[in-house]
Ligand binder design. Structure first.
Ligand code: KG4
Ligand code: ZN
Length: 375
């Protein structure tokens, strides 16, 4: 089945064309076209994504992004069988652009439409093994626990049955990506801040190991003690909180006489450690509660080198029987390939969207809250 997928939920305009085959036991996805335009530079001067600017850019760029994807795939519209589009969650003005574009294409070409939840795209992308342009999802061992970490989300989701989700935990305030972005801004780093924090933190780590500086958390290198809180680490739930961590950085900066490059690296390092500690602690709780056999991390923040390392090391040591699935680097951020993958499974089940009622939903949820996870 040839899918054309459209993603415009945030600040990436993306269209992908995938040749999909198989079913939930084993499916393959050949990427025939994959065109993506990031608006990050445009939003940079505002320090974050401006919804109306995002909408304008999607409107401006979607037609030629479609053309690029079709040209890469060397097909015309007749070759497309199903159109998949992100329906939410995300920025509603931005989502509407993709949805209306998809509706117009589906009407003009006479093709069915599938509405995709963006977060499900992140989960399935993380489950895919990737070899060049060929992706494969095979023999997924249920239950799956997915830690979804992005600019708008921080949640632990349980997939006990294939494509059926329960919410196990979520942030009570800021998303972890939002905290990365805000802390980066406080440190004078450009948007998106996650990769910038990561670069500084990694530099601090390698300087420490060159100097042979011992355990975490001390402040020798930049001459001050820098220790940030790990919010809700010991609470009895799988919920997160990142607002306090962000505020702690703000107070720390107020107390510093001057912010040298070395101190920036040190703060980035301690912030990243704190975020990774909390993410792992809550994931560990979710794994123990649910008896999951597979652990997935997905969303933009899953690109983070330190978080990937912590999850790889800790899950191998503490949950050796659980299979860890981390998305390929090309699929961590927002993209249309993941929307095509999710759309394919729903198209297989003939879950097509209704033209009249399909609408953007900025808060579209993947799962209902589950207070009593079963073993
Ligand atoms: O999934 P995504 O591309 O868009 C949303 O759906 O939000 O995630 C974007 C978020 C941003 O907050 C960005 O700073 C963060 O992912 N991010 C990172 C890294 N790369 C992107 N955060 C930490 N480390 C990274 N390497
Ligand atoms: Zn995303």
């Amino acid at each position: 089945m040839r899918m054309l997928a459209i993603e415009t939920s945030c600040d990436e305009t993306a269209v992908a064309i995938l040749d999909c085959a198989g079913d939930e036991k084993r499916a393959t996805f050949e990427i025939r076209g994959d065109a993506l335009l990031s608006q990050a530079k445009i939003h940079q001067e505002y320090g974050g994504v401006v919804p109306m600017l995002a909408k304008r850019e999607h409107q401006k760029n979607l037609p030629h992004i479609l053309k690029t994807a079709l040209t890469q795939a060397e097909i015309s519209e007749e070759g497309v069988e199903v159109i998949a589009v992100t329906a939410g969650p995300g920025l509603e003005p931005a989502l509407w652009v993709g949805i209306n574009f998809a509706k117009a294409l589906a009407l003009a070409w006479g093709k069915p439409l599938v509405a995709v939840n963006h977060m499900e795209g992140h989960i399935l992308a993380a489950l895919a093994r990737c070899e060049g342009k060929l992706l494969e999802i095979q023999g997924v061992r249920l239950p799956v626990v997915a830690l979804l970490i992005s600019g708008g989300h921080t949640e632990l989701v349980l997939m006990r049955e294939w494509l059926k989700y329960e919410l196990v935990g979520q942030t009570r305030d800021d998303a972890v990506g939002e905290a990365f972005d805000k802390v980066a801004r406080m440190l004078g780093l450009p948007y998106p801040g996650g990769p910038e924090i990561s670069k500084l933190a990694e530099r601090h780590r390698s300087a420490r190991s060159r100097l042979g500086t011992g355990s975490e958390g001390s402040g020798e290198q930049s001459g001050v003690a820098i220790k940030l809180p790990r919010p809700m680490l010991d609470s009895n739930t799988c919920d997160f909180s990142f607002a306090g961590l962000k505020t702690a950085v703000l107070y720390l900066l107020k107390e510093l006489p001057e912010l040298t490059e070395e101190k920036k690296r040190h703060i980035a390092h301690e912030f990243e450690n704190a975020a990774a500690d909390v993410l792992w602690a809550k994931t560990k709780r979710a794994l123990a509660q649910t008896g999951a056999k597979t652990l997935v991390i997905g969303g933009g923040v899953s690109a983070n080198t330190h978080i990937r390392r912590v999850f790889t090391e800790n899950s191998a040591r503490e949950f050796p029987e659980v299979l860890l699935s981390i998305p390929h680097a090309s699929l961590t951020g927002d993209n249309a390939v993941m929307i095509g993958i999710a759309g394919y499974y729903h198209a297989l089940n003939k879950e097509f969207a209704d033209f009249e009622t399909l609408a953007a939903n900025g808060n579209l949820s993947l799962a209902q809250s589950s207070t009593k996870p079963r073993r």
